[in-house]
Design a protein around this ligand. Structure first.
Ligand code: PLP
Length: 431
């Protein structure tokens, strides 16, 4: 039975999207840069010399993005979750003991994937809105002979940044345990060093910090992870996600399945924009925008779910004033102002993204205006003028822009600047 009487009842996409597109300021997907959007409209042969060049460059830029010169990078036609499933299902076999650090929804999702792959999974769960402590992980790692540890660099649901990740990776490495990191909401927006931190599998999706589209993801495996995969005797149950088969296409340029061509082109352009901006400048932009927005939100009278030290800078978990209904607020922002922000899997917060193109001054100001208007509808009068003023001041304050990204800046961060352009060191400023 057809669900409609005539095709004329179907509204064209062009008409559905007539007028301005909503400004996506939630936890993903994010607005696309024009050149990324254009790349995503193009179709070429999935095999052949042009695609060879595209893939070759995606690999080169991917190595730079992950900061690893010896990782094997594979792509997957699918959401970041498929990238995670690819990493998990290639490294976890029915004999594998897996320690899954869970700070929320996405940490739990990886644990579930590991359990479905037959792994013997122990979940190390943090209290709500808390980061993982290296000591707790060390204690649990000593207790069992774990083969794989899984963890989110940023846990998007609880808006927590696992700042102890490098330390946790060091501990796991000392125990001979592989580390699988979900970097979906952090890679591209803040420092991440696959090789220096001894990460064995890292996953990023297109749709968040990278500023590309949903439905394509990259998975990077360290040489140790590759050796584990090569040594596997039983075939993975997932034909599409089998790393050894995927290497046919991504490394040997032969057919595995028909690759998501426009998605790969969009990813290529998003990576190119990342390299062109340079990591230093890009991280600075993210940090500056997130700080300016946080100040604006505080000026509106709002607070945050997570303490500053481990607050995820790319997705802010915002507590609303008593009596303000989150769903009604989000609907009003979308309807009246064309600004979309996210709920939080039933948690009592709303989430506002600061990833890729979300981190632009006009987007921040528009979000604050939309938020203030929606709060006013629920009889909460926020000081919008003060919020806009402090946000603008911090956005334009060169000093605030020069705040260092990490208290301890990554020493080995490979630069891709022209030799002729001297890399200037940002001054260190206290927060
Ligand atoms: C969004 C997100 C995912 C899932 O991404 P999909 O593209 O929806 O599969 C996984 N992990 C983290 C940390 C995320 O933020």
């Amino acid at each position: 039975m057809l669900g409609f009487k005539s095709v004329h009842d179907i509204v064209r996409v062009d008409d559905l999207l007539a007028g301005e597109l909503p400004l996506l300021m939630g936890a993903g997907p994010v607005p696309l840069a024009d050149s990324v959007a254009r790349a995503n409209t193009l179709m070429i042969n999935h095999l052949g010399s042009t695609m060879d060049t595209v893939l070759e460059q995606v690999m080169q830029m991917g190595a730079y993005l992950f900061q690893s010169s010896d990782a094997t990078i594979l792509g997957v036609a699918g959401p970041a979750s498929a990238g995670l499933e690819m990493a998990v299902s290639n490294l976890v076999t029915p004999a594998t003991r897996v320690l899954s650090v869970c700070n929320g929804h996405f940490g739990m999702r990886i644990a579930e994937m590991a359990a479905r792959a037959g792994g013997d999974v122990v979940r190390l769960t943090t209290p709500p809105f808390h980061a993982a402590a290296a000591d707790d992980v060390a204690r649990e790692l000593r207790r069992g002979r774990y083969g794989v540890l899984t963890i989110c660099h940023g846990e998007t649901s609880h808006t927590v940044h696992n700042t102890a990740l490098p330390e946790i990776c060091r501990i796991a490495r000392a125990q001979g345990c592989l580390v699988l990191v979900d970097a979906v909401c952090t890679l591209g927006a803040m420092p991440f060093q696959m090789a220096d931190w001894h990460i064995d599998a890292a996953v990023v999706g297109g749709q968040k910090a990278l500023g590309a589209i949903p439905g394509v993801a990259l998975v990077a495996f360290s040489p140790r992870a590759c050796a584990r995969i090569e040594a596997r005797r039983e075939a993975s149950a997932h034909w599409c996600l089998d790393a050894r088969l995927a290497a046919d296409f991504w490394l040997r340029r032969a057919y595995h399945y028909t690759a998501p061509v426009p998605g790969i082109l969009a990813l290529h352009e998003a990576l190119r924009l990342y390299c062109e901006e340079t990591p230093d400048e890009r991280f600075l932009r993210h940090r500056r925008c997130s700080h300016a927005l946080q100040a604006g939100l505080r000026a509106l009278g709002l607070s945050f779910a997570v303490e500053p030290g481990v607050r995820l800078q790319t997705v802010l978990g915002v507590r609303l004033p008593d009596g303000v209904d989150a769903r009604a607020l989000r609907e009003s922002m979308s309807r009246e102002s064309g600004v979309d922000i996210s709920g939080a899997f039933g948690l009592d917060i709303v989430r506002i993204g600061q990833m890729a193109e979300q981190c632009r001054a006009p987007n921040l100001l528009r979000t604050l205006r939309a938020l203030a208007a929606a709060l006013a509808e629920q009889h909460y009068e926020a000081d919008l003028a003060a919020a806009l003023a402090v946000t603008k001041r911090l956005l334009n304050d060169a000093a605030s822009g020069r705040v260092r990204l990490l208290p301890n800046p990554p020493s080995g961060y490979t630069r891709m600047r022209d030799a002729s352009v001297p890399a200037e060191e940002p001054e260190v400023q206290p927060e």
